[in-house]
Design a protein around this ligand. Structure first.
Ligand code: NAD
Ligand code: GLY
Length: 347
């Protein structure tokens, strides 16, 4: 078992261990006196893992109910949130009880937001079941729901009480979802850790399972460091958005249909690196991205992507911040007027 201690405003541990889902009950008993919980999950993950989790909770003397909603981003809504609140009321959940998020980033984000707001805040545990949620969304305390005006527009910072990463769970992920998470893993190598990048580049989508625990550990440790320095996203944390400004634009241009978030991020990282770094760095990134069946670009014309970039959340009063890695393992945050960013991208 490997452990990472995250020293944010409320500290917590991340457990990284194959098979740890079955130990959830005893791990929770070790961090709280609460013996009452609600597990929140989606229909896909619930069907695969809720029973094992409930057995483990029951063996540890924790009484739990399960709330299940349909899988997919469309469920990360005010409507689902309201259904969760009703369920918690009905189950007579009090401030000393616990929510447990069992699922990917959608489940983690909405459960975290429910935990941040129900009774003005109750504890929650993250059991992330996608690679993206293990290396990114379950750690760092960003929680949110989507509204018709945009993704993640309503949210709160709420750190979990514990995060349990069991990489055995990732074996049931569809390959496209695994690749999506690998885009974020490659991102960590690019922004912070050349050795990690080389480890990733020495594998591919067919054999990455061999090194999964090591990847999860190293990515979370990078996220820990960044989040400890900038918990509330006022500066350094922005570097976690490498590839995301163009990535979100590509997702938007494709109407969030045929391009997943990870595909957008992979293409976005390659496109910005092609323009702003030297050829060996750009070539190494492209080769690595291709090894995980991710795209290195898009057919969307840059002219049509730029209006989506201008709507990006990282834009402030006429300027935009983008992240560039001129060397593998080193990220710079560059803030420029939107017009300069557009010239750079069109050039
Ligand atoms: P997701 O939660 O929608 O999961 C993807 C799909 O995989 C779903 O259909 C799910 O049912 C299925 N699935 C999950 N685990 C599985 C498993 N082990 N086996 C088989 N199927 C499984 O998507 P995601 O990529 O995990 O998360 C995306 C969300 O995360 C977005 O809403 C995004 O905004 C959010 N996010 C949040 C943060 C943050 O810091 N809070 C960071 C990045 C992304
Ligand atoms: N996923 C970006 C962040 O946590 O800041």
């Amino acid at each position: 078992m490997r452990k990472i201690s995250v020293n944010t405003s409320t500290p917590y541990e991340v457990i990284i261990e194959r098979g740890s889902l079955a130990r959830t009950g005893s791990l929770i008993v070790g961090i709280t006196d609460s013996r009452r919980a609600v597990v929140i999950t989606d229909d896909t993950v619930g069907g695969l893992y809720a029973e094992d989790l409930m057995d483990s909770l029951s063996d540890a003397g924790i009484k739990a109910d399960v709330f299940v909603f349909p899988h997919g981003e469309q469920s990360k809504s005010i409507k689902t949130l309201s259904d969760i609140y009703d369920f918690l009321c009905e189950a007579e959940i009090t401030r000393s009880d616990l929510l447990i998020a069992l699922g990917g980033g959608v489940v983690g984000d909405i459960t975290g937001f429910a935990a941040a707001t129900y009774l003005r805040g109750i504890d929650f545990v993250q059991i992330p079941t996608t690679l993206l949620s293990q290396v990114d969304s379950s750690v760092g305390g960003k929680t949110a729901v989507d509204i018709p005006g945009g993704k993640n527009l309503v949210g709160a910072f709420k750190q979990p009480k514990l995060v349990i990463c069991d990489s055995d769970i990732l074996r049931t992920l569809p390959e496209e979802e695994l690749a999506c998470g690998m885009a974020e893993v490659i991102k960590y190598g690019m922004i912070r850790d050349k050795d990690l990048f080389e480890l990733i580049a020495s594998h591919d989508i067919t054999n990455v399972d061999e090194i999964m625990d090591e990847l999860v550990y190293r990515c979370i440790d990078i996220k820990r460091e960044v989040v400890e320095h900038d918990e509330f996203d006022r500066g350094e944390r922005m570097m976690l958005n490498f590839g995301h400004t163009l990535g979100h634009a590509i997702e938007g241009w494709h109407n969030y249909t045929d391009y997943t978030h990870g595909m957008g991020v992979a293409a976005g990282m390659c496109m910005i690196t092609d323009r702003l770094a030297n050829k060996p760095v750009a070539d190494a990134l492209r080769k690595c991205v291709e090894a995980y069946n991710l795209p290195t670009g898009t057919e969307a014309p840059m002219k049509e992507l730029l209006p989506f970039c201008s709507k990006d959340k990282k834009r402030e009063s006429g300027s935009i911040s983008y992240i560039v890695c001129r060397e593998i393992g080193k990220a710079e945050i560059v803030k420029v007027p939107v017009t300069e960013f557009e010239k750079l991208m069109e050039g």
